[in-house]
Design a binder for this molecule. Structure first.
Ligand SMILES: Cc1cc2nc3c(=O)[nH]c(=O)nc-3n(C[C@H](O)[C@H](O)[C@H](O)COP(=O)(O)O)c2cc1C
Length: 223
């Protein structure tokens, strides 16, 4: 069992987001999982150029660390997305990485995997919405939503012991969900999802441009 966390805080391994995610993964390790944390800060991730090559040809022409990280996501059983709140949203580091996952968003391929999200803030804005955004990113692609954890950083950098305990709980929940092979009716959820329906319309009507997507959706029976 392999649980991967992708952390989008520029505070690296001393940040609150990292420390909560680390606690979650330590719990996964104690239950036998292999874990890894990717700090986006330490990787070369260019901006999406919006060229659409990934949709037409199936691959991004940019040479940086994105494919390696996506490869690890495909190997993982569990994926944790973690970001502090920056101006009511995820950090630019996290958003930049998510933008580069465009082909994954168009061709949902995280079925059979398990997702979770972690977000930390100082009390301004909707931290739940930020965590939900990252969890939805994974769920939209088929990952089972295990749960999310949000926390308030006290005195700027302090975490409460109870929040670290909740991180450990989420780690345990992640391992249990993977072990029990929990499932959910993804297609039913997607039938009710406005984003999924809009994507279906976009790909159907634009099938000459979204060739790879159209083939994929047809093969899956979603169109
Ligand atoms: C550019 C920037 C924008 C921020 N925006 C918000 C915000 O909208 N709401 C909030 O509560 N905290 C905001 N913060 C504070 C961070 O969310 C907070 O310090 C968090 O604990 C950082 O987590 P980290 O230590 O894991 O990086 C912001 C911080 C920075 C640097």
């Amino acid at each position: 069992m392999y649980v991967l966390a992708i952390v989008g805080s520029p505070h690296s391994d001393w940040g609150c987001t990292y420390r909560l995610t680390r606690r979650m993964l330590e719990e996964c390790e104690s239950l036998g999982a292999e874990t890894e944390i990717i700090l986006l800060q330490n990787h070369k991730i260019n901006y999406c150029k919006g060229c659409g090559s990934c949709l037409v040809k199936g691959r991004c022409p940019q040479k940086d660390d994105v494919e390696t990280i996506q490869g690890k996501m495909m190997e993982a059983d569990g994926i944790v997305m973690a970001s502090p709140v920056y101006f009511m949203h995820v950090t630019g580091l996290m958003k930049n990485f998510i933008d580069r996952c465009l082909p994954m968003g168009h061709r949902p391929s995280l079925h059979g995997k398990y997702g979770a999200a972690v977000s930390v803030y100082l009390g301004v804005g909707d931290v739940e919405a930020v965590a939900r955004y990252m969890l939805n990113f994974l769920t939209f692609q088929g990952a089972y939503p295990v749960g999310m954890l949000t926390a308030l950083a006290h005195n700027i950098m302090e975490l409460r012991e109870e929040d670290l305990d909740r991180a450990a709980d989420l780690g345990r929940e992640m391992v249990q969900a993977i072990t029990e092979k929990r499932t959910f009716d993804w297609e039913r959820l997607m039938r009710r999802s406005e984003e999924f329906q809009a994507m279906k319309k976009l790909i159907s009507e634009g099938k000459d441009f979204f060739k790879k997507d159209y083939e994929y959706w047809k093969e899956k029976g979603w169109i």
